[in-house]
Structure formats: C-alpha cells, structure tokens
Design a protein around this ligand. Structure first.
Ligand SMILES: Cc1cc2nc3c(=O)[nH]c(=O)nc-3n(C[C@H](O)[C@H](O)[C@H](O)COP(=O)(O)OP(=O)(O)OC[C@H]3O[C@@H](n4cnc5c(N)ncnc54)[C@H](O)[C@@H]3O)c2cc1C
Length: 397
C-alpha cells in the first residue's frame, strides 16, 4: 500500500501545530494525530500567556532563533487576524551577578540587542508596583512581552487545515515504527494504522512514553500558574503601564509574571519558574493546594507587595525537562532518514513555537536546516549505551 501522506505529525500542541502548518504551507500532504481536542489544557500550551524576550539568559545561542520567531509570530497574526503577541516590555531583575541579569546582559551584548540597565531606584520610578532591593538591578527590554498560547495553537491549526492538512483529534498514537531500509514509517492508533515517508514527533510531556528509545532522561514537572487581584485593583498592572518580569532572589529562586491581561476580574498571573514536582501526565495532581498558593503569595509579595491581594485561581501545567534544560530538536539518531523529534522544551519553549515549526519542516522535508540547532542534538544527553536499532518501535506504555 502506498502512503497517503508525506508526513505524519504526532501531537498538535504548540510545536506540532506549528509543524503541521509549516509542512502544509510547503505543499506536503500532512496527517496530524492528536490525543485530545484542538487547543486543550492537558499539556503545556495553555494558561492564557507566555513570556517572550530576546536577551536570553539561558544562552546567547537562542537569540537568532528568537529573532526569527518574532518575525513568524507577526506573520501568524497578519495571516489569521488573531491577537497573539503584545510587546509591553520586560524586566529581568536580580543581583548583577544573578543568572537572570548577567545571562540576559550577555545575550544582549553578544547580539547587540536594544536594552537598558536600570538600578533599583529607576525600576521603582518607572514601574511603581516593583520594589527591588537596593542591591538589585534590571535589564529592561522594550521588545519583551507576552504571547497568547491558545490563540497561537488555534491560528496554526487553522492555517494547517487551510493548507490541506488532515488533522485527527481524539486519536491517540499507541505505537510508531520506522520501516527498515528508510522506507518510511508506520503509526498505529485505535482507529487505524497509517504509513508515510516522514514522521515528526512533538509529544510534550508524553516524551518519555513516545520517545523512550531516544536515550534522554526527561523529567516531567508539575507547575502552577496563579492569578491574583492586586490590592487597590488592576489599574497599575495594565499592559500599557506594566512590563512582564522575571525576578531571581539571592537563593537563585526565579518567579515571573505578567500585567493584568485576562479581562475584568481576571487579575494578574504570576508563577515560580521551575521548582515544580515530578509527575507524569497520567498521575499529575491537577488540584492546587492552599499551601502552594500561600508560598506563591509570599514570594511574589517580596517584589510586588500589592500583587497578592485576593487569590483568584490557580491552574497546573507541565514542563518536560532535559538534564541541561536545552531543547531536543533534531533527526532521531536511531532513524535519521525518516523521524524528526521536538521535545524537552524545559519550560521555556513557547516563544520559539513558530521557528520550531519552520525547523521541523526543514528537517522532515530536506533532512537539514539553515537554523543553528547544534545545541539541541540529543546525542549530548544520551544516558544509555544502546546502539541505534534502525527499526526499533516507539511504543506508548
Ligand atoms: C506553567 C508554564 C509556563 C510556561 N511559561 C513559558 C513562558 O513564559 N515562555 C515560554 O517560552 N515557554 C513557557 N512555557 C513552556 C512552553 O509552554 C512549552 O515549552 C510548550 O508549550 C511545549 O509545547 P509542546 O508542543 O512541546 O507541548 P504540548 O503543547 O503539550 O503538545 C504536546 C501534544 O502532544 C499530544 N500527544 C502526546 N502524546 C500523544 C499521543 N500518544 N498521540 C497523540 N497525541 C499525543 C498532547 O496531547 C499535546 O497536545 C511554560 C510552560 C508551562 C507549563
């Protein structure tokens, strides 16, 4: 039987919906398979907002990808009319030697990105809700801001469908295999088995199940987003006056937050960056407990005393971390002719979504990409001494 599709994409969350869109736009016949419905809250791409920024403290190697992602996000808004990116400015706060400040400054200098350094007094003057300690400083970036994750995924699914992609929701992949001799792939679901020349796997928190043969020790972490109504109301927190922020305390604990953007009564969102608890997508505790709300309120109040006025709601989400917190974005080393993977986004992937889609389309259709992705090769993380088995199946357990 000859394949009915050129490329199968597993997972239609942030990355998979981007891949489906970019592949379809290049004329590939795409089949997308998603376990849940379109734009759901069971994975990692929900919660109303994501920080975007260019002075990237994680590593300057990400900056060229961010510059391209900004262009592609603007294109996504233009072609769908959906509101996705708001560049309200952002402050990266902490002691000068903190990773948040020093790392951001390193990227800004390496790539000559527009930025300003503010001392604590200047931060308080410009943004009166923020009360950094006298020995803390900030890198201010006017082009930082926030993205709307649900609108992003919806826009990409819309464009994928318009481009002719065949998207199946509520259809979980139970198993996939690369056919011997580079003859493509076969993917199994409870409904059917599908064959294609190429497979792109974007499994989010299900990476340990779908990509067990990658040899990467992923850890899936339960994370919580909290919304508070500030004391005195949201007036000073509107995005015209309030930046996004990441603050690192002297113990290295980072929190990040947003202006009040979730409408009347929606409050402002704040969260710990990392410090989650280990989980699996099947067993994650979706209930948020009072002590967790209190811990967030206490830490947030150290920087923004007015923020934790009244607790409104809290929602869980998952990070899928790699040991070094850099992504995995590459051809699958055991199946380099036919399988491409995008996973392990380690809690900082959303701002890259459209450029990841472009890279996945490059890799699946041509086997290479002009984007700098050397940092994301899975070989750097392999823990098992297994030799690649060309037709090893990737099953879901
Ligand atoms: C609380 C929180 C805050 C974050 N904040 C930021 C931020 O401020 N800035 C930033 O850049 N990033 C942030 N991130 C990270 C970012 O959101 C993620 O890196 C990104 O959403 C990951 O996208 P994904 O496509 O890998 O995963 P997902 O969007 O979860 O998609 C994976 C998809 O695969 C599907 N799937 C899994 N298994 C199967 C199967 N067997 N068959 C079919 N389908 C399957 C799932 O249902 C899901 O739809 C945050 C994440 C969280 C949780």
């Amino acid at each position: 039987m000859s394949p009915t599709h050129d490329v199968i994409v597993i997972g239609l969350g942030g990355m998979g919906s981007a891949a489906a869109h970019h592949l379809a736009a290049r004329g590939a016949r795409v089949l997308g398979l998603e376990k849940f419905g379109p734009v759901h809250r069971h994975g990692s791409s929900h919660g109303g907002s994501r920080v975007t920024r260019q002075s990237y403290f994680e590593d300057p190697a990400y900056v060229p990808l961010l510059l391209r992602a900004y262009e592609l996000y603007a294109e996504l808004e233009r072609s769908t009319g959906r509101r996705i990116a708001t560049l309200c400015g952002g402050v990266m706060l902490g002691r000068p030697e903190s990773r948040t400040v020093a790392g951001s400054l390193r990227s800004a200098r390496t790539w000559d990105l527009p930025h300003e350094m503010l001392d604590a007094r200047e931060v308080r003057r410009r943004f009166p809700t923020l009360t950094p300690a006298p020995d803390e400083i900030a890198l201010y970036e006017a082009r930082a801001g926030f993205l709307r994750p649900e609108n992003t995924v919806a826009a990409q699914l819309q464009l994928a469908t318009q481009g002719g992609a065949d998207l199946h929701f509520q259809e979980p992949v139970t198993r996939w295999e690369a056919l011997p001799g580079g003859r493509g792939v076969r993917v199994h679901t409870p409904e059917d088995a599908y064959t294609a020349g190429q497979l792109v796997i974007c499994p989010g928190a299900w990476a340990p199940a779908l990509l067990s043969d990658l040899g990467v020790a992923f850890t899936v972490e339960r994370q919580i987003m909290h919304w508070f109504e500030p004391t005195g109301g949201t007036g000073p927190y509107v995005p015209e006056r309030h930046p996004v922020y990441i603050w690192e305390d002297t113990g290295g604990v980072q929190i990040y937050g947003f202006p009040a953007i979730d409408g009347p009564g929606g409050g402002a969102k704040v969260a710990f960056f990392r410090r989650g608890t280990g989980c699996t997508p099947e067993t994650v505790d979706r209930t948020v407990h009072e002590d967790e709300v209190q811990a967030m309120a206490r830490q947030a109040a150290r920087l923004l005393p007015s923020l934790p006025g009244r607790h409104l709601t809290s929602v869980t989400c998952m990070y899928t971390n790699t040991p070094d917190e850099h992504f995995v974005l590459a051809r699958h080393p055991a199946h380099p002719e036919s399988v491409t993977v995008a996973c392990g986004f380690s809690g900082h992937g959303f701002k890259f979504v459209p450029v990841v889609g472009e890279i996945l389309a490059d890799l699946a259709l041509t086997g290479r990409t002009g984007h700098p992705v050397e940092l994301f090769a899975p070989g750097r993380l392999r823990t098992t001494a297994t030799s690649p088995v060309p037709s090893a199946p990737g099953g879901v357990r």
